[in-house]
Write a protein that binds this ligand. Structure first.
Ligand code: FES
Ligand SMILES: [Fe+2]
Length: 329
């Protein structure tokens, strides 16, 4: 289902996505990414200041512009015939256009806006970053659509039951508008628990924000960005900002190691959760009713794609794209 629904639905028009951590694109280099099924090349000027983005398919014969060279004036050279592209035009064949995208470097993350209408400029919905913090970050690939990844972040019934090596307590305390107030207990040795309270919400259908306001790690902020690589593949970029007063320089490498380890454990478990939700939904699963659907036993997987129920399930899934998931508690 991926190609047509992502590209044909129009939900990506004007949408900004996080592409990568900014340090993966060095001055004078290119970076190739596939976002929403589109091959996009990013390149940074040799002085490191400007980032540009365009289709990675050379309009001439389709050369791989992701392997192109960055010239001193910021032009991108195709590796196949050496034609150069600058400002969306080819220098050797001026009638030849290269579709461009808007790109943005926010200091930690690299963003792109789809599709490539660069005339109408706006900025991505960056999350506010606290000052006086130490930060670490990592990314995780999940075989699920964005909606079910976000839904998993906003399901507050599962952490204590499911992430049992990290948590042993989770209570939804209430809501302030869209913001969930959540109490979490970190599991310690000898059946002890370390409590923390956090505000969790979805600023956009492609983000989650977590602000710890009480207890362990108070002042910490976690920003999560969900990028649809395809309809059924999502890349999460997660950034942790820890107040420097909580993690003095001498202890930071150790603290970061343990924090990152438990964060990765949680995300790996959540990946399985979101993958299963997406797979079941795409086979017609209905919350609270499950499979089979409408009194019929769902066909086996090889018959399923051709069935009427499969088409209905796909329509339902496509309607979730670009929507914020509700919280569950
Ligand atoms: S394919 Fe790019 S210049 Fe020919
Ligand atoms: Fe989780």
């Amino acid at each position: 289902m991926s190609d047509q629904q992502l590209n044909g639905s129009g939900i990506h028009d004007g949408q900004w996505y996080v592409v990568a951590f900014r340090n993966t694109l060095r001055p004078g280099h290119t970076l190739l990414k596939t976002i929403a099924d589109q091959e996009i090349v990013f390149w940074r000027s040799q002085d490191g200041v400007h980032v540009q983005a365009a289709s990675a398919v050379c309009p001439h014969w389709g050369g791989p512009l992701g392997e192109g060279a960055v010239a001193a004036d910021g032009a991108l050279t195709c590796p196949w015939h050496g034609w150069q592209f600058h400002g969306g035009r080819c220098r050797q064949r001026t009638g030849l256009k290269l579709p461009r995208y808007l790109a943005y470097d926010d200091g930690l993350l690299l963003w792109v806006r789809l599709p490539w209408n660069v005339e109408d400029v706006n900025e991505p919905p960056c999350q506010a970053r606290p000052t006086g913090v130490r930060s670490f970050w990592f990314d995780v690939l999940i075989e699920s659509d964005v909606y079910h990844v976000q839904e998993n972040y906003l399901d507050f019934l599962h952490p204590a039951e499911y992430h049992t090596t990290v948590f042993n307590h989770c209570v939804h305390l209430g809501k302030e508008g869209d913001v969930n107030l959540v109490e979490l207990g970190y599991r310690l040795p000898f059946r002890r628990t370390m409590m923390t309270r956090t505000r969790v919400w979805a600023p956009t259908p492609y983000q989650i924000r977590n602000e710890v306001y009480e207890g362990l790690g108070a002042g910490m902020v976690i920003e999560s960005h969900l990028t649809p690589l395809a309809a059924d593949r999502t890349l999460i970029h997660e950034l942790y900002h820890v107040p420097a007063r909580l993690a003095p320089r001498w202890i930071w490498p150790v603290a970061r190691y343990f924090m990152q380890r438990s964060a990765r454990t949680i995300r790996a478990e959540d990946a399985l959760f979101a993958q299963r939700r997406y797979l079941l939904r795409s086979r017609g699963f209905v919350d609270g009713r499950g499979l089979p659907v409408n009194g019929r036993v769902a066909p086996y997987l090889d018959e399923w794609p051709e069935s009427v129920d499969a088409k209905v399930a796909q329509q339902k899934l496509s309607r979730l794209m670009g929507k914020k998931a509700p919280s569950h508690y």
